[in-house]
Design a protein around this ligand. Structure first.
Ligand code: FRU
Length: 485
């Protein structure tokens, strides 16, 4: 049996029942999942691949898992697409991306090769490889690797050269990948090709100059509004005031693309998500022109899945990105709205002390709360609540902060449970949109100016939602259950 056949057989025999998992967030059929890969549209369908190790609930030799959707919300699992089975990817098929081509669905990924030198030390190299398929079965190119590490300029790291993101522009393909310069600083290198098989090095598109973390992982580069945006996930970031608290963190560099120098002239850096679990973003562009971003909703440093749970890892809800007057907005894909059921609306309702609202409960929902007035200083929403558990979002009006807290979610590990963020551009009213899907909470603030995403593993029977404040507040509320038909 080939490694791919073995992985597929294992997936078929060990698949976890859907009822035990989130409803509309992508999770692995069995085992471990990290980064989203190959997020693309092929023959009209949305494809999502991911870093996958079916055999255990921890990271291991990387395969590519695969699923498909018509609308970013309802996903269908497909067979495993790639397994480490070639000389150039024997140590793993690391992250990469995909594009629709005349020859089929092209996947470009990082092949990791490990060799033991004569003196017994190990050498790792990372190079870019190609596989082409029909949307289900993929064949690796005989030319692999299509970008050898020897094509990098002198001094650039051969060991950290990964996560190619490809796109087509004016009949040429382009590829950005994460890399390190001679001093070990993170950078993004740009390559170009006519046929996906022969690539030419172009430039360093952007680099961290010692500012943002060390290695830069999972780059993605695209035009948005009037600007260009580079998404990147730096490792080892140092906290600054109330941002970059997660160590490994995803950021957006927004600026102008200097086409002559093939370099991004950055003007602004934005933290993409201030929750505990958000990393390794990737985007695609839909036929109607929307730029959709997805990320791995987990942290490398905090593995909190309950003992005995045989799947580990989930994706965020795909998010529409927009840049308006220099502000980057992210909001759940609009397709989610067609799965809304059981609406509850309240208008100008007074909240004083602690209260529940009839019909407002559950673990799979889309809730928007607009706080329009009142004399309170602190306002809290507790959810996934029963007698012993709750997770909460708190608004500190005086300090203009939002705090997420999963301390009482049932966590039994010594991990970070709180994250806070300062509200950007505070307004008279505060609008919070909370998306819950059994084991996750994604919060979008003021129409997507800021987001906070976190996971928690409270027993699904904890369904209550409670609002409280230390004075009075007036709120508008809109709540729906999300039901996949
Ligand atoms: C990011 C990452 C990538 C790499 C992959 C390996 O989370 O470290 O850089 O390709 O995970 O699974």
């Amino acid at each position: 049996m080939t490694p791919l056949e073995r992985a597929n057989q294992y997936q078929e025999e060990h698949r976890i029942a859907k009822e035990k998992k989130p409803v509309f967030h992508v999770t692995p059929p069995i085992g471990w999942m990290n980064d989203p890969n190959g997020f693309s549209i092929y023959q009209g369908k949305i494809h999502l691949f991911y870093q996958y190790h079916p055999y255990s609930d921890v990271w291991g030799p990387m395969h590519w898992g695969h699923c498909i959707s018509d609308d970013f919300v309802n996903w269908k699992e497909l067979p495993v697409a790639l397994a480490p089975d070639q000389a150039c990817d024997a140590a793993g098929c690391f992250s990469g991306s995909a594009a629709e081509t005349v020859d089929g669905h092209a996947l470009v990924y990082t092949g990791v090769k490990e060799t033991t030198k004569e003196d017994g030390t190990k050498e790792v190299i990372q190079q870019q490889c190609l596989a082409t398929g029909d949307g289900i079965c993929y064949h690796k190119a005989k030319e692999n690797p299509v970008i050898s590490c020897e094509q990098l300029p002198e001094g650039f790291s051969r060991e950290d050269f990964r996560d190619p993101k490809i796109w087509k522009e004016d009949d040429r393909y382009y590829l950005v990948a994460g890399n390190r310069d001679a001093l070990g600083n993170g950078q993004v290198v740009l390559f170009t090709s006519e046929n996906l098989k022969k690539w030419k090095y172009v430039s360093v598109l952007a680099d961290n100059q010692g500012r943002y973390g060390s290695m830069w992982e999972c780059p993605d580069f695209f035009a948005l509004g009037e600007k260009h945006v580079l998404l990147v996930s730096p490792m080892d970031m140092q906290a600054e005031e109330d941002v970059f608290h997660n160590g490994n963190q995803s950021i957006a560099l927004i600026g102008t693309y200097d086409r002559e120098k093939s370099r991004l002239m950055e003007e602004q850096i934005v933290l993409l998500d201030a929750g505990t679990d958000f990393y390794a973003t990737q985007t695609l562009q839909t036929q109607d022109g929307r730029r959709i971003m997805i990320a791995w909703m987990q942290s490398w440093d905090m593995l909190i899945q309950p003992p005995g749970q045989k799947w580990n890892g989930m994706m965020t809800i795909p998010r529409e990105l927009e840049l308006k007057e220099g502000v980057l907005y992210q909001n759940p894909v609009r397709e989610l709205e067609k799965y809304r059921t059981d609406p509850v609306f309240c208008c100008n309702r007074k909240i004083a002390g602690t209260c529940a609202i009839p019909g407002v409960k559950g673990r799979v929902l889309d809730l928007t709360l607009e706080i329009v007035g009142g004399d309170f200083k602190h306002f809290t929403i507790q959810f996934a609540k029963d007698e012993t558990h709750f997770t909460r979002v708190c608004y500190n009006r005086t300090r203009e902060k939002i705090i997420f807290d999963r301390t009482y979610s049932g966590i039994t590990r010594d991990v970070v449970c709180q994250r806070s963020m300062r509200i950007k551009k505070p307004l008279e009213t505060l609008k919070l949109r909370l998306i819950l899907d059994v084991f996750s909470a994604e919060l979008f603030v003021n129409d997507g100016v800021q987001a906070m995403s976190s996971i928690f593993f409270t027993p699904p029977s904890a369904q209550d939602i409670v609002f409280s404040c230390d004075g009075t507040a007036r709120v508008n509320l809109e709540k729906y259950r999300i039901t996949l038909k």
